[in-house]
Design a protein around this ligand. Structure first.
Ligand code: WTA
Length: 631
């Protein structure tokens, strides 16, 4: 993320989107005062058109109006997608930390910038813009005194907490890049990322606390840096009161003082170790002077009411989460939501993977009480911020469940065919590309520009390739069907995994599912479904299996019907909640040596259970004909 500091904050700033994509009604003057200077722009459609056909004018107005520049840019953009050349705001100079902090300290110093929702429920800490600036400056000075300079890359291995945000902003302030590594990663995974970034400085905490468990983060850093000769110093802040062993390399960080204040509250529950946490917990809200929640815990700690109890206590207005968490909570029943007053909620956001219809409807009906729009926002690390979302749009414009629907301003999604020809009609599917550059986009891969060009620019020359497939409906709305490498090809029929999962998840007994393809002698590939049931389902698994197969045959086609259904307790997921289909494929291919590093999984033990279950299923199958024979 730190690769694109300059352009990124322009996008983050435009992400008043975070306010407006996630708000109830669309008002052009309120959404974008700059639009007054755009000729002939009076409604959303005209603004969308203007943002594409006058893209320089559009982005220049946004950048000038919403950001504070140290020196102004002379050229808005110089981009050539076909060659991977991406340059925005040439000649311009700004500091993202000044844009996130100083500007607001001038106008509203006591406004709450961060609400740190600590793991221990009810012990939240509020940090004002003034104290966040203070914390950031002190940390920036400390880093500078300790030799960190412009262009260095600092690795941050911390749970979501104010000091982690101050560390990110302090790096940005002194011109250093930050490499935030999710604090659930193993020593090995951390070491690899430190080496990749060639960091000489690491910032961490003594211990983390998540779901009531203490996590020895400093110890993990100690192990990691043994294999990282570049590391010269490790800053250690105290998250808990337990002392940890300090070495010559370690520098302990003093405490800071927090002040308390009320404010508007944006609740993005993503970890800061992921892009959603970067753009929508830190840079987006702060660049816009908002109040943002840093969620340190898990959705089920101390119980499955955690999110909603927090919504009530912190009076959260916009809640932004992942489908995987929604599906998990749905499994526990409505009463966990009904226990709390969620009436402050105005908009519910979803990101990270396709949200199946059942989860969307539950989110809308139960969490949002039927009155909050649910916005399914599509984007990716490479795009920096939301690209396709149902809002902003005209106030009464429809929202179709489970669809990201409408391109955001300045975004031009297109679908192509196998040869890279544009598919111009509606009601069509294909690889999703973005046809115009935008300031928030990735510009390169650190130390590997060639790989950037090969991955994103070469597959469909002239377009930025997202790696996702999408369907454009009759009405022109976009629905993401999933990663293209997850596509299954059964007897020549291409199927998106999301499509089949959506049907399976519709069964009232099913909490969630993951579908993969595996090689099959006759069909090329066959469908294998892993299914997690809701609590206390009293139907025999065999009957359910048949029911699910019938549902898929009926809703999609007979060829889409899973050959194998394995019931599991949980699915292997990344820490950001994405199902690791790669792992599931390896299990089914019986290639356990090829499972790779499982420490990046949320719950590595899940894999063991699945391997066992798969073996049982196989042996059961091998035995059943024998049994028949014997009888
Ligand atoms: C998937 C997360 C369907 C997609 C912001 C994308 C989605 C990848 C959605 C990026 C959505 C994200 N509907 N799929 N609303 N949002 N994805 O880099 O496959 O962690 O390419 O960024 O998540 O994941 P990343």
């Amino acid at each position: 993320m730190w690769l694109r500091c300059t352009s990124k904050c322009v996008f983050a700033s435009l992400s008043r989107s975070y306010n407006n994509v996630l708000s109830r009604s669309f008002n052009i003057a309120a959404f974008m005062p700059e639009a007054a200077g755009f000729e002939g722009v009076s409604d959303r459609a005209a603004l969308q058109e203007f943002s594409l056909s006058n893209s320089d004018h559009f982005w220049a107005a946004v950048a000038r109006h919403r950001l504070t520049w140290i020196s102004p840019f002379h050229t808005v953009q110089d981009c050539d997608l076909s060659r991977g050349r991406i340059k925005w705001f040439e000649g311009g100079k700004l500091n993202v930390s000044v844009n996130c902090l100083d500007r607001h300290v001038h106008t509203c110093p006591e406004k709450v910038a961060l609400i740190w929702e600590r793991d221990e429920p009810g012990s939240e800490v509020k940090v004002t813009y003034r104290s966040l600036l203070d914390m950031t400056c002190r940390l920036g000075n400390l880093l500078r005194r300790r030799g960190v300079k412009k262009g260095d890359c600092v690795t941050i291995y911390m749970p979501p907490c104010p000091l982690a945000v101050a560390s990110m902003l302090a790096c940005a302030r002194i011109g250093a890049a930050h490499n935030v590594v999710f604090a659930g990663f193993s020593a090995e995974a951390l070491a690899e990322r430190i080496r990749d970034a060639q960091s000489s400085t690491v910032i961490t905490v003594n211990q983390g606390v998540r779901g009531g468990r203490v996590i020895e983060l400093k110890k993990t850093v100690d192990t990691a840096v043994e294999g990282c000769p570049s590391v010269k110093q490790v800053f250690v802040a105290m998250r808990t009161e337990n002392p940890v062993v300090m070495t010559d390399r370690d520098v302990s960080m003093e405490e800071y003082v927090f002040s308390y204040h009320d404010g508007d509250v944006f609740g993005c529950v993503a970890d800061i170790g992921w892009i959603t946490g970067h753009s929508y917990s830190v840079y987006g809200p702060l660049a816009n002077g908002g109040t943002t929640v840093l969620f340190e815990s898990t959705p089920v700690y101390p119980n499955p009411g955690r999110y909603w109890e927090m919504v009530q206590r912190l009076r959260i207005n916009q809640f932004y989460g992942a489908p995987t968490a929604i599906r998990l909570l749905l499994k526990y029943g409505d009463h966990w939501v009904h226990k709390y007053d969620c009436s402050t909620l105005k908009t519910l956001g979803s990101v990270g993977e396709p949200i199946n219809t059942e989860a969307w409807e539950w989110y809308h009906r139960v969490v949002g009480d039927g009155r909050c729009p649910v916005v399914d926002t599509w984007w990716q690390t490479e795009t920096g911020g939301i690209c396709i979302a149902p809002r902003p749009s005209d106030p009464d414009a429809e929202i179709v469940p489970g669809m990201a629907m409408r391109p955001f301003f300045g975004m031009k999604p297109v679908l192509v065919d196998g040869e890279g020809k544009l598919l111009t009609s509606n009601n069509t599917s294909g690889p999703l590309c973005l046809a115009q550059p935008w300031p928030g986009m990735a510009r390169t891969i650190h130390n590997n520009h060639q790989r950037f060009i090969e991955t994103y620019c070469q597959p469909y020359p002239g377009y930025f390739f997202t790696g996702d497939g999408a369907h454009r409906s009759e009405e022109g709305y976009y629905q993401i069907t999933g990663r293209l490498d997850d596509v299954i090809n059964v007897s020549g029929h291409r199927l998106g995994t999301a499509e089949i999962e959506d049907v399976v998840n519709h069964c009232p007994a099913v909490a969630e599912s993951a579908v993969i393809g595996y090689s099959h002698d006759v069909k090329g590939q066959a469908v294998y479904a892993f299914v997690v049931l809701k609590k206390e389902v009293g139907v025999p698994e065999e009957d359910l299996s048949q029911l699910l197969k019938d549902m898929v045959s009926k809703s999609i086609a007979k060829y889409a019907c899973p050959d194998q259904i394995q019931f599991v307790q949980r699915l292997p997921k990344t820490r950001s909640g994405k199902i690791m289909r790669r792992v599931l494929r390896k299990v089914v291919e019986q290639d356990l040596g090829g499972l790779g590093d499982l420490s990046t999984l949320d719950d590595p033990a899940a894999v063991q259970e699945i391997v066992q279950g798969h073996q049982d299923l196989c042996s059961g199958e091998r035995h059943s004909p024998l049994k028949v024979h014997a009888s």
